[in-house]
Ligand binder design. Structure first.
Ligand SMILES: Cc1cc2nc3c(=O)[nH]c(=O)nc-3n(C[C@H](O)[C@H](O)[C@H](O)COP(=O)(O)OP(=O)(O)OC[C@H]3O[C@@H](n4cnc5c(N)ncnc54)[C@H](O)[C@@H]3O)c2cc1C
Length: 460
């Protein structure tokens, strides 16, 4: 392998100097090590390095800076944009940083960036605590937290970043810094929503909430304009303890769904009430009464059970677009159903998440996530079978987003694909962009961390 400055480095040489894992093209695990959750991004890095600790992270960052090799940073590898893998460069994979230190008295935990949402949720639940992550257990806490983190506890406890107290960050100059509200406060502001632009976070310190059981789970209802609008209205009227995700889609061939209903258009709802079970039952009742459910699996359960077991072989091809809307009434719901009907994908889906509650009470400029007033997040997705179909489904996703667009022009950075600078700017509107560019200039003036939803440094 030859670097941009013609300095040869090899996996064998790196292996001799690091205690973590170093995987090169000649190694048998190379293909699995370079793979991301999304198989769309089939790139061949020069090397994949899994550092054993933050000191080794700093050495890899320094190596990338000194050699000029492109640097891809990844935690759980679920980023849809594919920034977790480089063609010809270095992949810095934080998968080995899995330590979790829980301080029960202080109700805080330091969590290594290599942990997944499911792993942290399961471990915290053993102590009766929770942090809200997203809807999928295998997503890494690294990318999820740095973009914001919208999940099943969003209305009750806010975004994941709203529970972030501190972080350890390796900056572009190879220094390890602790950032919090007092130390490097500007950098702490920027990493709460600004993604991987500012350094490599090796671990996060979260404030823990006392919560182990929830009432909720899956509720599948037939999808019509009336039921979709009623679901959203019920979610908006619900107490903040209740957060919901409504996936409008053909009923998937799951074993617990009656076979004759597979393919029927449904609302596959996931609901989580974070509070006493009797109150939860009351909060869920309006959803149960919208229509005779196709299936009703709502019950009291440990929070961790909201994540089905991971299937490491599940790597779907998908096209997606993300946006916010103000309202989903019957007319909007009818458009949603029309658009699903117009898709030729194996599985089209339009996901609706009613926001508000604790998330909306944080001032828009308190963190780099500026969309505090957005009311409903919409994710349009098409899962498809073969690479060749990609362009068709991408066009469908784009047209669907255009058909649903209302007054809210924002987007959540963590659901963006590689859609160009204009879309990154939409994720960081107005003053947020300027502030982020200024922090970037201070901490990464040469844009070493550029393989991400990039915010170039402000001009000096
Ligand atoms: C199936 C699925 C479900 C999802 N559900 C939700 C959800 O419910 N809520 C939600 O908010 N999001 C959700 N997401 C989006 C998810 O938050 C983002 O894709 C996130 O970037 C994934 O994090 P990761 O660490 O797994 O990904 P990676 O691909 O490893 O990381 C994505 C990018 O983040 C940066 N990065 C990651 N870790 C670090 C680090 N430690 N230091 C510096 N930079 C880093 C890098 O730029 C990297 O390219 C979902 C994604 C998928 C695929």
């Amino acid at each position: 392998m030859t670097t941009a400055s013609n300095t040869p480095i090899s996996a064998a040489e790196l292996r001799a100097t690091l205690t973590g894992q170093v995987i090169g093209p000649d190694d048998s695990e190379y293909d699995s090590a370079r793979a991301l959750f999304s198989p769309l991004h089939d790139r061949r890095p020069a090397v994949v390095v899994r550092p054993a600790d933050s000191g080794e992270v700093a050495r890899v960052v320094t190596l990338a800076r000194e050699t000029g090799l492109e640097l891809a940073v990844r935690s759980g590898g679920h980023g849809a944009a594919g920034h977790g893998v480089s063609e010809g460069g270095i992949v810095l994979d934080l998968a080995l940083l899995k330590e979790l230190e829980i301080d029960q008295d202080a109700r805080t935990a330091w969590a290594g960036a290599g942990l997944t949402a499911g792993q942290v949720t399961t471990a915290l639940a053993e102590h009766g605590f929770a942090v809200g992550f997203g809807d999928t257990g295998s997503v890494g806490i690294g990318g999820l937290t740095l973009g914001g983190g919208v999940g099943f506890l969003v209305r009750k406890y806010g975004l994941t970043i709203d529970r972030l107290l501190a972080a350890d960050v390796v900056t572009a100059d190879g220094q390890l810094v602790r950032v919090d509200a007092d130390e490097h406060a500007d950098l702490f502001w920027a990493i709460r929503g600004g993604g991987g632009n500012f350094g490599v976070v090796t671990r996060f310190k979260f404030a823990l909430e006392p919560l182990s059981a929830i009432t909720g789970g899956m509720l599948i209802l037939p999808a019509t304009p009336e039921t979709i609008a009623a679901f959203i209205a019920a979610a908006e009227d619900a107490p903040e303890e209740l957060s919901t995700i409504a996936n409008v889609m053909p009923a998937p061939p799951m074993p617990f769904i009656p076979e004759e209903r597979h393919g029927e258009l449904v609302i596959l709802g996931i609901l989580v009430y974070a509070g006493p079970a009797d109150e939860g039952e009351r909060a869920l009742a309006p959803f149960r009464s919208i229509a005779a459910p196709v299936i009703d699996l709502l019950r009291e359960m440990p929070l961790a059970q909201i994540y089905p077991p991971d299937d490491p072989d599940y790597r779907p091809l998908y096209a997606t677009r993300t946006m916010f809307v103000d309202t989903v009434d019957r007319a909007v719901a009818a458009t949603i159903l029309e658009r699903i009907g117009a898709s030729s994908a194996q599985m089209p889906a339009i996901q609706l998440r009613v926001l508000g509650g604790a998330m909306a009470r944080v001032p828009a400029d308190a963190t780099a996530f500026a969309h505090r007033e957005s009311r409903i997040m919409v994710n349009v997705a098409a899962l498809f079978a073969t690479r060749g179909e990609g362009a068709v489904h991408d066009a469908w996703a784009e047209e669907t987003a255009a058909a649903l667009r209302q007054s809210d022009a924002g987007a959540y950075v963590n659901f963006l694909m590689d859609e160009g600078e204009e879309r990154v700017r939409v994720a960081y509107p107005g003053r947020t962009w300027d502030r982020l560019a200024e922090v970037k200039r201070q901490y990464d003036p040469t844009n070493l961390f550029r393989l991400n939803q990039n915010i170039p440094p402000a001009a000096a």
